[in-house]
Design a protein around this ligand. Structure first.
Ligand code: GTP
Length: 601
């Protein structure tokens, strides 16, 4: 095989800068699919992705392109996600490439993930090709953006390609330039096989389908593969490349990218980041794995019907297969029964998992208040000890706590200068510590702040967007744990602690949050036949109290003798509503109540 005519590349960009649109255009230009087959954003094949307009999972597609010199090239495009929660997906996709197109919106300019993705690509030693997109927009300012890019990466502004992924202008030139600049894969087709798994999906008929990039060696259909981390062996039953669907091939060699199927029924066996070799000629060293991604936000997920516990376990197992960052552990709560403590990268990640469990697995679940992980110093029998707390319920007893440490992050915020005041105000409100400020171009500023992770995981992004009319963007990385004056705010319903509703907050805002939370809970918890107090306490001190008034009469009582269909509808509505309720003691608590803290500001 001639490696010199292969190019493995990806497109990296800030969200909405046009990556999917460009990918569509490439598929069209290279004749991989015809215009007729082209649905909008073909690469986003999950319903959820389409609806949210974000690319969650990476995909790999093979295309052919003839360069101006008449030589035909094989191009493997690996699509990457752009949201701040999914950085880990970007870095694993990058590992499979030699080059990256850094796409920047001509109107928006450089944004936070433009920079963070650029760093990731530079860390992997990729050839970076900066490209300015959306030049057809009337508000485009491509020359200014080109200058900012020159300042950032040193590429002369006049050499930076300006394209429109929408109209197709400049797209062919971009392909030619990419072929010219991105190096072909290097690797030894005769060495023992080393193929890196960079993605996988679960197919209920065929088991795990892994997506891999071959670095060295050759794999033939029928060979026995071995996963290097766990020594598990499977036959390579079918392998192939992706065009608009799967297309079988007989051999993979160094430089190739494609899928492999091997009746891998135990989904734990084929993990993303692992190296595949062959049983008959095993490689000595695996390809250095990906940085392990750590969940940052934790919440409880409980089936509304206790019987669904095992089904929920199975679903989480399947989701974890192609989402290495998802962690879960069975837990039981006196209030909610059996469920799981699930770790996520951020709130968007949590929402997506929640929706997938409901849609793809048809499960009715309750998600409890998300929180970060704390390190708490306690004194136990006179001995100092540090415990890790990933749910408020596990917070040690108030009097035993010596100190609480919480994770801090360094956040880079990029904003048009008009909104600097608003952004600073938001960061200060979130206990941020100012770091530095730098102008990126005549109208854009990069601010650096150190903030508690707990203050940004929930709704910081939304607040930042409204503080800047949608223009500011941000990215963060974990710094360290720091001591903070944090307290557990316990919620009591009907004078009994409702642990799953409790939360950990800074002492300065504890009273206010307690008051607002109690009020919100009063509004969302349905009335009972008797009066139910809702209280918030710190230690043994009650800081807020509200009362859920008694229900006056049966919901259907007023319909007696009246319109039957109206009554039926009410009952149905009640049944619908019940789906998303969880019984705590005598009281049905709706999903909304578990997430009430998110709407307290
Ligand atoms: P994610 O997949 O969510 O990260 O976003 P993306 O970067 O893939 O962006 P996408 O391709 O979905 O484009 C975002 C928006 O910009 C869409 O509404 C596109 O139609 C629009 N868009 C993309 N390229 C162009 C362009 O060249 N010109 C114009 N006018 N609009 C464009």
């Amino acid at each position: 095989p001639d490696l010199s005519t292969i190019r493995n590349f990806c497109i990296i960009a800030h969200i909405d800068h046009g990556k999917s649109t460009l990918a569509d255009r490439l598929l069209e230009r290279t004749g991989t699919i015809t215009e007729r087959e082209m649905k909008e954003q073909t690469l986003d094949d999950m319903d959820l992705e389409r609806e949210r307009g974000i690319t969650i999972k990476s995909h790999a597609v093979r295309m052919a392109h003839t360069a101006p010199d008449g030589q035909e090239y094989t191009l493997n495009l690996i699509d990457t996600p752009g949201h701040v929660d999914f950085t880990y997906e970007v870095s694993r996709a990058l590992k499979a490439c030699e080059g990256a197109i850094l796409l920047v919106d001509a109107a928006q300019g450089i944004e936070a993930q433009t920079i963070s993705n650029l760093w990731l690509a530079l860390e992997q030693d990729l050839e970076i090709i900066p490209v300015i997109n959306k030049i057809d927009l009337p508000v485009a300012r491509p020359d200014e953006v080109a200058q900012a890019l020159e300042d950032l990466i040193g590429e002369p502004a006049e050499d930076i390609l300006q394209i429109s992924a929408k109209t197709g202008e400049g797209v062919d030139e971009m392909l030619d330039l990419m072929i010219d600049r991105v190096p072909p894969p290097s690797g030894d087709p005769d060495a023992p096989l080393r193929a890196l798994i960079f993605d996988s999906i679960y197919d209920s008929y065929r088991g795990s389908v892994v997506y891999a990039r071959v670095f060295d060696g050759t794999l033939e259909a029928g060979d026995t593969m071995e996963f290097m981390s766990n020594k598990k062996q499977y036959d390579a039953e079918e392998m192939g490349i992706l065009r608009m669907g799967r297309q079988k091939v007989d051999t993979f060699t160094a430089g190739d990218v494609g899928y492999i199927i091997g009746s891998i029924k135990d989904i734990q066996d084929a993990r993303v980041g692992d190296t595949i070799t062959t049983a008959h000629d095993p490689a000595e060293e695996p390809i250095p794995g990906f940085e392990e991604v750590k969940p940052m936000v934790f919440s409880g997920i409980y089936p509304t019907e206790t019987d669904d516990f095992e089904e929920l376990r199975g679903a989480l197992e399947k989701l974890q297969l192609n989402d290495a960052s998802l962690t879960y552990q069975a837990e039981s709560s006196s209030a909610l029964g059996y469920g799981f403590r699930v770790g996520f990268l951020g709130l968007l990640h949590m929402e997506i998992i929640q929706e997938r469990l409901e849609r793809e697995f048809d499960l009715d679940i309750i998600t409890t208040v998300p929180n970060v992980e704390y390190e708490v110093e306690v004194e136990e029998k006179g001995e100092p000890k540090t415990v890790t707390v990933d749910k408020p319920e596990d917070m040690p007893h108030y009097g035993d706590i010596e100190a609480v440490h919480e994770p801090y992050v360094k956040a880079d915020i990029i904003t048009p200068s008009d909104y600097i005041g608003n952004v600073i105000e938001l960061c200060e409100k979130r206990r941020g510590e100012y770091g530095s400020q730098r102008w990126l171009d005549g109208q854009t500023v990069k601010l650096e702040y150190e903030l508690p992770l707990a203050e940004i995981v929930f709704d910081f992004y939304d607040n930042l967007k409204s503080a800047s009319r949608g223009y500011a963007s941000f990215d963060y990385e974990l710094l360290e744990y720091r001591e903070s004056d944090l307290v557990k705010l316990t919620i009591l319903i009907d004078e009994k602690p409702a642990e799953p509703l409790s939360t950990i907050v800074h002492r300065d805002s504890a009273h206010e949050v307690g008051r607002k939370l109690a009020k919100k809970l009063k509004d969302v918890i349905p009335r009972q036949l008797y009066e139910v107090p809702v209280q918030a306490s710190i230690g043994s001190r009650i800081v807020a109290r509200e009362t859920i008034k008694a229900q006056r009469k049966d919901v259907t009582a007023k319909c007696y003798g009246g319109d039957v269909s109206r009554k039926k509808k009410l009952l149905e509505e009640q049944k619908e509503g019940k789906k998303r309720m969880k019984q705590m003691g005598e009281i049905d608590v709706p999903q909304e109540a578990f997430l009430a803290i998110l709407s307290v500001d």
